[in-house]
Design a protein around this ligand. Structure first.
Ligand code: NDP
Length: 453
């Protein structure tokens, strides 16, 4: 790491205290950009990286609502408008008790590079709340969403900032948020993506992140002349991304043997078939139950409860060839990464955002495995959100096949960008450098063109 980047990191940590996830995301990108800044002193002179670290705007607000017992509840809402050099801010909303400013800043920062990689004209943003939808009634979720949007609506717009879903924000929440926006503005516009099909949604949007991460892995396997046929895969999480990851791996001939939630994980040696996946979808999307019910229903599966005392996650200790972390940040540490390698994994495609710690990333890079970082591998979700915006503007929906084909092409293009850029910067096969530098260059050039703003 150059002295310039070391100094930049010291300053970033001092200016953004108590935001370890943000520091981690910046450090990973800054290390890759060392290679670029050496060759392009104009970026350094214009302080492009320093400016990218600073959100264009941070909005923080009170979200008061009334629960089913008539009690007043108060949550905190956020929207980070990180960078609009190449298009309006775009990025999801996360509702989870762990949400804070640092987590949303890391997500918004990652989003800038990811959106640039998709080739679509989208800037980066992220938002959410420390509200926990788990255990709340539909009416409570609706009242919360209405209160959240009663402030957020002032700051967003179809040409300004277009939020979407993330952890804890699915079709139900997007519906309530959209309804309140429409009521306040008296406007029917494509202000959110991830909408239902009947009122402006795009086919394949729910599937896009999971499918995209599998398409990306298929491209990585393709560089070795291999396919998914017969490959055993570990998937974590059991939400939107995990579900469609399982569906696509199975469709391509692979076998998924794990799923998890925050209470623990299941290992099903027989594989998660279509029928079992349908059970998971009903369990998670309709009944909103816990993953241990899978093991109660299917005798081939074993449930292991989560143990916060452990220094590793046992989900990553099973024999497999591919791993798809699809739950949350920092779910693979250095020890987990080593366990994956020891058990035969040589393909890792990140459905989640920053699921691997810096130690873990180093283990993968040193081993030279096919490691697709989240900002490349999970970009399919925001890419189809971009396609949803296009369809909304045209007021014309595309068919399932058309959207899926575009998604596949975008994932191929992202993969090619990563491979080409990594080679151009003398680190062939390093998808981390490929994604960070590939995403950075377009944003940096736009910022140079637009002056000091
Ligand atoms: P969901 O809310 O649909 O599912 C999240 C899953 O992860 C649930 O199974 C949840 O379990 C589990 N999980 C969440 N937090 C933890 C935790 N601290 N420990 C263990 N398990 C946890 O979210 P998504 O599937 O949409 O998102 C998953 C990941 O993918 C996130 O990192 C998100 O940022 C990323 N992503 C999502 C995109 C999208 O289009 N939805 C796009 C790009 C990235 P539980 O129910 O018990 O909390």
């Amino acid at each position: 790491m150059s002295q310039y980047i070391k100094d930049l990191m010291v300053e970033a940590k001092a200016k953004n205290p108590s935001e370890p996830e943000f520091h981690q995301a910046v450090e990973e990108v800054a290390e890759s950009l060392d290679l670029v800044l050496e060759r392009h002193p104009e970026y350094r002179a214009a302080k492009i990286l320093e400016r990218i670290l600073e959100p264009e705007r941070v909005i923080m607000f009170r979200v008061p609502w009334i629960d089913d017992q008539g009690m007043v509840q108060i949550n905190r809402g956020f929207r980070i408008e990180m960078n609009s050099a190449i298009g309006p801010y775009k990025g999801g909303l996360r509702f989870h008790p762990s949400v804070n400013l640092g987590i949303l800043k890391f997500l918004a920062f990652e989003q800038v590079f990811k959106n640039s990689l998709t080739t679509l004209p989208m800037g980066g943003g992220k938002g959410g709340s420390d509200f926990d939808p788990k255990g709340k009634s539909d009416n409570e979720v609706m009242r919360f969403c209405q209160s959240f949007m009663s402030e957020l609506y002032r700051h967003i717009g179809p040409n300004t900032d277009i939020p979407a879903g993330d952890i804890g924000v699915g079709g139900r929440e997007i519906g309530y948020l959209f309804g309140q926006y429409k009521r306040l503005k008296n406007e029917f516009t494509g202000i959110l993506t991830g909408k239902a099909l009947g009122w402006g949604g795009s086919l394949i949007r729910p599937e896009a992140t999971g499918y995209g991460s599998v398409y990306f892995a298929a491209e990585m396997l393709g560089t070795k002349g291999q396919t998914f046929e017969g490959r055993v895969c570990l998937v974590s999480g059991s939400g939107n991304v995990a579900q469609y990851t399982v569906e696509k791996i199975s469709a391509l001939g692979g076998k998924v043997v794990t799923l998890s939630d925050s209470s623990g994980y299941i290992y099903d040696e027989a594989g998660i078939t279509t029928e079992k996946l349908n059970f998971v979808m009903d369990l998670k999307n309709v009944r909103r139950g816990r993953i241990n019910e899978y093991a109660e229903k299917y005798s081939t599966a074993v449930f292991t409860p989560g143990d916060p005392e452990l220094d590793h996650n046992p989900l990553w200790t099973h024999k497999a060839e591919c791993a798809f972390p699809s739950a949350t940040q920092n779910e693979i540490n250095g020890k987990d990464a080593q366990h994956l390698l020891d058990n035969g994994v040589y393909v890792v495609s990140e459905g989640a955002n920053m699921p691997t710690t810096l130690d873990g990333v180093k283990v993968f890079l040193d081993a030279g495995i096919l490691y697709g970082p989240g900002k490349a591998a999970n970009a399919g979700g925001v890419a189809v959100s971009g396609l949803e915006m296009t369809q909304n503007s045209m007021r014309l929906p595309w068919t399932r096949e058309e959207v899926d084909q575009r998604l596949q092409q975008i994932m191929k293009d992202i993969h090619k960008t990563c491979v080409d850029v990594a080679e151009r910067f003398d680190t062939p096969g390093n998808y981390v450098n490929g994604a960070n530098i590939g995403g950075f260059l377009k944003v940096a050039d736009a910022m140079l063109d637009q002056g000091v703003v």
